[in-house]
Design a protein around this ligand. Structure first.
Ligand code: BG6
Length: 486
């Protein structure tokens, strides 16, 4: 084979609370993220809460970092804060225009997340919200009009607020039933449109109140919550296969590459052991059982063991995922003595984005090989892209040659993994085709899109969409199925 497979999927990916907006429309319930402020590299985002005595307290809870939340703290909206999820970039009212732009680029797949609390506003009521179902039905219809295959993330780092407050989120097994019921509603309502489903986004990175709804941030609570998510995912896979054998399931893993900082044996070993923090999730969900090294991970996080029932073991085995999908943005390095889950680590050989993420196209080939060698199920790159500061001209046009270069180099690495190394990779969805709000910082100026959205960090702007130079470049890539890269 000389290039990408002929039926390769090319598209883009988004998440509801960063993109959709309409937080108080269509009878949508509240999500934990609705209480998360904007931020920056210097000023981390926080959830605003009130204690029983009326004191306002800010908590951090996203992306690898989670504060312990006091028992009497309840989320509150403050007038002097800006909450990016409320409007996001308003896909809720722009979906026809945005999907047309995706179609104009030639997308044959679009990955998006359904907002749990738009379908079940509280998370555990008897009947789903018909207005939410109607909204997503329109989205699916629009995709169908352009022959764009949907790929749905059932839960993208989010938690209906009621489930967090009432049950302490994923630390409670009640969430398994609530999630499976929600997923079943999606199969019933949208099963004729959609066959690719991702059960959870970046399940190896989520923790704490924001994404998991738990007040505690200790190791035991985190891994207990993960276990409950594993079981919920497996039950959903079993059910989804019963609904339709054509349904294919993945989840999403944050798979930054990890290199030892030097070839010193201690650093090599550190890198191998630290990588298990990622394999733990992939092995359990794609092989269907906890590997013996799981115990060492638990101990590393301060507890002896998790009690796993025989019934759960069977569920995990029967509910293995069909393919391995992951995000790849960068590589990190680690050395002896670092924490196992090390998300930093300078690499002198790499350039960095303004947000300090090392740009490493070859690392994508490295990670594709790593995963496929180990799991030997098809893989899908469901997120990759470059967050950059764009400078539009007076017509809002952006000449984003840096983004084109980034994507071009990553596509070549992906092509080589497929054609030279033999990796069975069947698609790529770029993060994020239309500019949207950054998850880690809540900023708008960290832009990823092929399409510029006129909006600033505080949500001010016309929301007008304007294709960037990379839009036309990507259109050509898809037209030529990636066979005319630089
Ligand atoms: C992934 C998430 O981790 O990275 C997305 O699934 C997120 O939700 C993306 O937006 C990029 O991260 P950031 O912080 O630059 O938005």
């Amino acid at each position: 084979m000389s290039g990408f497979p002929k039926d390769f999927y090319w598209g883009g990916a988004t998440a509801d609370f960063q993109y959709e907006g309409g937080f108080n429309e269509g009878n949508r319930g509240l999500l934990s993220h609705d209480y998360e402020t904007d931020g920056s590299m210097e000023h981390p985002r926080h959830h605003t809460m009130k204690l029983a005595d009326g004191t306002i307290k800010n908590y951090r809870s996203s992306f690898f970092y989670a504060d312990q939340i006091l028992e009497d703290a309840t989320p509150v909206f403050l007038d002097n804060e800006y909450y990016p999820s409320h409007q996001a970039v308003d896909f809720y009212h722009h979906y026809k225009e945005d999907i047309k732009l995706m179609a104009d680029m030639g997308f044959n797949i679009y990955r998006f997340s359904i907002c749990w609390s738009r379908i079940y506003p509280l998370g555990d009521e008897e009947e789903p919200n018909q207005e939410g179902i109607a909204f997503y039905r329109d989205v699916f219809e629009e995709l169908k009009k352009y022959n764009i295959e949907p790929m749905v993330t059932i839960c993208h780092d989010e938690m209906p607020m009621h489930l967090a407050l009432k049950y302490n989120g994923w630390s409670n097994r009640h969430l398994i039933d609530a999630y499976v019921k929600y997923a079943e509603t999606l199969f019933k309502e949208f099963g004729s449109y959609c066959h690719y489903w991702l059960t959870f986004n970046e399940i190896n990175a989520v923790r704490g109140f924001g994404p998991c709804g738990t007040r505690e941030s200790d190791g035991y609570t985190r891994y207990l919550a993960d276990h409950n998510m594993f079981v919920a995912s497996a039950k959903t896979v079993i059910l989804g296969h019963k609904y339709n054998l054509e349904n294919k399931f993945g989840a999403m893993y944050a798979m930054s590459g990890l290199y030892p900082r030097t070839c010193k044996p201690e650093d090599m070993l550190q890198s191998q052991l630290a990588r298990r923090e990622n394999w733990y999730f992939i092995d359990t969900m794609l092989r269907g059982y906890y590997h013996p090294y799981a115990k060492s991970i638990w101990q590393h996080h301060g507890f002896e063991t998790l009690e796993i029932s025989e019934e759960d073991k069977k569920t995990l085995y029967d509910g293995q995922l069909d393919f391995c999908s992951f995000s790849y943005y960068r590589t990190n390095t680690t050395q002896a003595g670092d924490k196992w889950f090390n998300v930093g680590g300078d690499n002198p050989y790499l350039e960095k984005t303004p947000w300090g993420w090392g740009v490493d196209p070859l690392g994508l080939r490295y990670v594709l090989n790593e995963i496929y060698d180990r799991i030997q199920k098809s893989v899908f790159v469901v997120e990759n892209g470059m967050g950059a500061i764009d400078e539009p001209d007076e017509n809002d046009y952006v000449e984003d040659d840096y983004r084109i270069q980034y994507l071009n180099d990553h596509f070549k690495a992906m092509r080589d993994a497929i054609t030279i190394d033999g990796v069975d990779c069947f698609g790529y969805t770029m993060w994020a085709p239309i500019d949207l709000v950054s998850l880690s910082t809540g900023e708008m100026k960290k832009r990823y899109g092929f399409v510029y959205v006129d909006m600033d960090d505080k949500g001010r702007g016309t929301l007008k969409r304007t294709p960037k130079k990379s839009f036309y470049w990507m259109k050509h890539v898809i037209e030529t199925n990636g066979n005319d890269l630089e």
